[in-house]
Design a protein around this ligand. Structure first.
Ligand SMILES: N[C@@H](CCC(=O)N[C@@H](CS)C(=O)NCC(=O)O)C(=O)O
Length: 214
């Protein structure tokens, strides 16, 4: 059985849970606790030397990491229902939105970055939260502006088709809410995320629905 190494509150694991569910693929969760530093144990590092979740292990033992690469791998291997659109321009638009979240927001607000700010630079909890909210605001401004620029959004980021962009957006909005970031300036992004979050594949992937949720 395909194994997903996941942590309930990890937004990158959340992306994979959505993609696997949406494609109707069978998967078995293997829980990796970030607070307990299980992602840095020798055993896990052997599986994923990057020391991050998620990691996916296929039936034949092949291991893959990096959520965006993983979702594209799933899409190429199991094309239905697609998570990337047919046209090159639509794909560029969807990937650009996904990368705003995956490359421009998430890496700056990842746990190890926040921990480093507190430990090495002695930032207070309020200062770390300010950092977090700053990068959410900058990234979401950019996401909303891109939706408005292309005018391709409908129910979801690309008209009425669920794509990689929605899969990245939903966990990011959930995190922003958890950290009480103001979202009123991004109405289209929030509407799209809320619509996608209603789909069964997204609901089953919610952090609160996972076996390791505390
Ligand atoms: N670019 C990677 C990032 C993976 C990542 O940073 N995962 C986080 C959880 S969302 C993690 O493992 N953090 C551990 C840490 O920061 O120490 C991906 O998209 O898979």
């Amino acid at each position: 059985m395909r194994r997903l190494y996941t942590f309930f509150r990890s937004s990158t694991s959340y992306r994979l849970r959505i993609a696997l569910n949406y494609k109707g693929l069978e998967w078995e969760p293997h829980y990796v606790s970030l607070p307990r530093m299980e992602h840095r144990t020798a055993e896990y590092m052997q599986l994923n030397p990057q020391g991050l979740v998620p990691a996916l292990v296929e039936d034949d033992g092949a291991v893959f990491a990096q959520s965006l690469a993983l979702i594209e791998y799933l899409d190429e291997t199991y094309p239905e229902p697609p998570l990337l659109p047919g046209g090159a321009r639509d794909r560029a638009y969807v990937r650009a939105l996904a990368q705003i979240v995956g490359c421009d927001i998430h890496p700056l607000n990842n746990t190890r970055v926040l921990k480093y700010l507190a430990s090495r630079w002695e930032l207070t909890e309020d200062e770390v939260n300010e950092w977090y909210r700053h990068w959410i605001a900058e990234g979401m401004r950019s996401f909303e502006a891109t939706l408005n620029q292309h005018k391709q959004f409908g129910k979801f980021c690309l008209r009425d088709q669920v794509t990689l962009a929605d899969i990245c957006l939903v966990p990011q909005i959930a995190n922003a809410r958890r950290f009480k970031c103001p979202l009123q300036d991004y109405p289209h992004s929030v509407a799209v995320a809320d619509a996608a979050a209603e789909l069964p594949a997204f609901k089953a992937a919610l952090p609160s629905e996972q076996g390791d949720a505390v």
